[in-house]
Design a protein around this ligand. Structure first.
Ligand SMILES: Nc1ncnc2c1ncn2[C@@H]1O[C@H](COP(=O)(O)OP(=O)(O)OP(=O)(O)O)[C@@H](O)[C@H]1O
Ligand SMILES: [Mg+2]
Length: 234
């Protein structure tokens, strides 16, 4: 783990992993994707999980994001041992506390940028007037006010990813997870997206954790976890 000077490691961790392991099984073949990883991610940081293709980044992020469960070990988010939550409670926990940004944007094609960003607030029952206020505010913050009425197929790759960042942040989650959010973008647009994430992380006091195998993006991070073959590299 490497910490830059701006890190705020005195805050309580937003993520705590305790000897987390995940093995994929297909027939007789077992692939140990994550092997006994323990780490703390403090609140309010911009953190990166770095590692080559196949090193276990997506597997790790999916377990932190409660999309997947470890075979062993404990995942805590915001002090909650998420392994203790039943399916409904886990979905609710994820909807309230964790935002996601994906490599392939994953916007809903038939909805406008505004509607895509508003959607997570619908899911957690925020009243209409407040939904509208918060959606417009966050679209403005990522520089997309003028594109609010456009559908994803009317936006550039970088604009789509900014919609996705706004959608992840609009519910003011404790944690935003982004799995290779720049992989489908050219390098200039990718750098701009990292800068947007960095700026929004600071403005929203949320913790961001994104994965990458692009070493150029690591300079922005407060905290870098390097993994190889499913293990932390010291
Ligand atoms: N559903 C699956 N079934 C079987 N093996 C899998 C599955 N998903 C991933 N793996 C294997 O687990 C290991 C870790 O994969 P993972 O997708 O987490 O890596 P990654 O670091 O995200 O890679 P990339 O940079 O290419 O996205 C790899 O060996 C991969 O082949
Ligand atoms: Mg991956």
């Amino acid at each position: 783990m490497r910490e830059n000077a701006t890190s705020s490691s005195a805050r309580p961790p937003v993520v705590r992993l305790d000897r987390v392991a995940r093995v994929y099984r297909s027939g007789a073949i077992e692939v140990p994707a994550v092997r006994d990883i323990s780490l703390d991610i403090p609140g309010g940081v911009f953190g990166v999980i770095a590692g080559p293709s196949g090193s276990g980044k997506t597997t790790l992020l999916n377990m932190i994001g409660c999309i997947d469960k470890p075979d062993s070990g404990r995942v805590e988010v915001q002090g909650q041992d998420v392994g203790l939550l039943a399916d409904d409670a886990l979905s609710d926990f994820r909807a309230r506390h964790i935002g996601f940004v994906f490599q392939s944007f994953n916007l809903i094609p038939v909805l406008s940028a505004f509607e895509n960003v508003e959607y997570p607030l619908l899911l957690i029952g925020v009243p209409a007037a407040e939904r509208r206020r918060r959606t417009l505010e966050i679209l403005d913050a990522v520089g997309l006010s003028a594109q609010a009425g456009r559908r994803p197929d009317e936006l550039s790759g970088g604009q789509k990813q900014r919609v996705a960042i706004a959608r992840a942040l609009v519910k003011e989650p404790a944690l935003v997870l982004a799995d290779e959010p720049t992989a489908n973008l050219d390098s200039v647009t990718g750098a701009a997206i990292v800068a947007t994430m960095r700026r929004m992380q600071a403005a929203c006091a949320t913790s961001f954790v994104f994965s990458t195998h692009d070493a150029r993006l690591l300079a922005e991070a407060d905290l870098t976890f390097s993994i190889a073959d499913g293990m932390l590299v010291p």
